[in-house]
Every structure is written in C-alpha cells, then in structure tokens.
Design a protein around this ligand. Structure first.
Ligand SMILES: [Zn+2]
Length: 282
C-alpha cells in the first residue's frame, strides 16, 4: 500500500514535469535552421517564418487560409468530398480515419472562395499532414471542381501545392487525376481567367509534373523542395553528383522554371497585388 502511494506521488511528479516541458515547448520554439529560441507567439505572427534567419517552418493549411483571406470573407467549398477505398487496399480506410482525426480535415486539400486585399479569388491549399498531401481521386475531384466553379463564376484560382505525389493506395485512379485536373485548368484558361500556381515545401512526384507547374504565374515559397524524382534516384541514373541547392525553389528560379520565389511573410500582399493588377487589366 505504501508502495502504491509512492508510485502515485512519483507519477504525479513526473506528470507535472512532462506538463512543464510541454508548456515550455509551446511557449518557445527552436528554429531548426539557425537554432535560435523564438517565442512561439511571435513566430506564429510571422506565419512560422523565423525572424532571425527567415527559415520557413511548416504551416498548416487552415492557418495559411486564415492568414491569406480577408477577415470573414471565406466560404469553404466542396468540404464533404472524401476518399473511399476503390481498390480495397489493405489498411487504407484506417489510415484515412487516423489522418482525419489527426488533422480535422476530410482530405489533403481545402478550398475557399474569398477575398485577398479586397480582390475575389478561389484558393485551394494542400496539406502534407494528410496522407503526405498525396493526390487521390477525392483530391483530384475537389481540384477539378475548384477550376469548374471558378470558370462558372469568372474568378482567378490560386493553388498552394504540398505533396508527396500520387496516392499509391488508389493506383491508376490516382494518376488519372493529373489529366482530369489539367482539363479543368485548360477550360479555365480558355475562358481567359488567371491561375496562380504556388508551390510550397515539399512539392514532388506527379503533382509537381502537372497542376503545380502550369500556372499563368508560377511561384514557390522560399526554400521549398520541388522535384519529380528523388535526388538519389537521379544521381544513380545519370551517374553524376547534383549541386547542393538542386530541387530548391531558388534553384528553379535561377534556371527559369519559376516566375518568383516569395517569402511567406509577404504572401498576402504579393498575391493581393497580382490580383489587383489583373482586375485592372481585364
Ligand atoms: Zn532561424
């Protein structure tokens, strides 16, 4: 009995210690790049961009959407579209259920119709926390409907990509989304409407080779990893060592594959200005 009391006391002390450590971690955050200890509140205000070295820490899709859209201007679209398991892939349903619980999202993409600095747009943001932002049938459907909706309402589209590529649990159905989304983009384009593709960390595989690269304006976030195949696969295939900055946003900009690299802190002002200029032209 005495042993039980000690055990309880020890447990209480260790719980308090854990709580304290967790609290400290939420108050302060260490920048993984420059190692500076930052106030989490200040870091959050700068959209998770380090004030010391400008390193971009991950930001979740809903927070990015809130930061981008004018207050109370957003209306979520296609929120109920969610993945099924068309190939009966083992454990896929369980993995989807666990990602839904972890992220509070129904799919690896959220879409909103809202305003950025007073200009209307449809914004789609991928979330790499949900099945690594992989593109399955539901994600493809949501994106195709985004362009369809924007074409009907004559609105510009901004897509923030973050993806590990195609969703392997959906096999060929996943790859088919690349064509489906591309058709919807082309219809939007033929209607004379603006599409801004905005690649964030990481944008890889089939996503990088389709809708992420075919904007009228192609942007990327500072330091983002962007590429089709992995670095090691390429090095082994071509038997050459690749430069250190290979597959970074900055490397792609230097080689003419992007129009600009944007610091997340300037994201809203940057996109708002483009939309405003576009409104004045059309
Ligand atoms: Zn830093």
């Amino acid at each position: 009995m005495l042993k039980d009391i000690f055990f309880k006391l020890n447990k209480k002390a260790s719980d308090e210690k854990t709580d304290k450590a967790e609290k400290q971690e939420t108050i302060m955050t260490k920048c993984p790049n420059c190692k500076k200890i930052l106030y989490s509140k200040d870091l959050h205000k700068r959209l998770n961009v380090c004030s010391n070295c400008d390193h971009h820490l991950p930001i979740i899709s809903t927070e990015r959407m809130d930061a981008l859209l004018d207050i109370d201007s957003g209306k979520e679209l296609f929120a109920n579209i969610t993945s099924v398991n068309p190939l009966n892939f083992p454990n896929y349903e369980e993995k989807l259920a666990s990602d839904k619980e972890k992220t509070g999202l129904e799919e690896a993409l959220i879409v909103s119709h809202g305003k950025i600095m007073g200009s209307e747009a449809v914004v789609a943001i991928m979330d790499p926390r949900f099945r690594m932002g992989s593109m399955g049938s539901a994600l493809g459907e949501k994106l195709a409907r985004t362009f369809q909706y924007a074409t009907e309402h004559r609105l510009p589209v901004i897509v923030f990509t973050a993806s590990g590529g195609a969703r392997m649990q959906e096999g060929i159905l996943s790859l088919m989304q690349m064509a489906k989304v591309s058709v919807a983009i082309e219809r939007h384009n033929k209607a004379g409407l603006l599409y801004i593709a905005y690649m964030t960390n990481p944008t890889t595989g089939g996503v990088s080779a389709s809708f992420a690269s075919v904007g009228d304006i192609n942007l990327a976030e500072k330091g983002a990893l962007i590429g089709f195949a992995g670095r090691r696969v390429i090095e082994e295939t071509i038997k050459e060592k690749l430069p250190d900055d290979f597959q970074t946003a900055e490397f792609l900009l230097k080689h003419g594959q992007l129009d600009d690299v944007v610091n997340r802190v300037n994201m809203k002002r940057y996109l708002g200005t483009i939309l405003k200029m576009h409104e004045e032209v059309v």
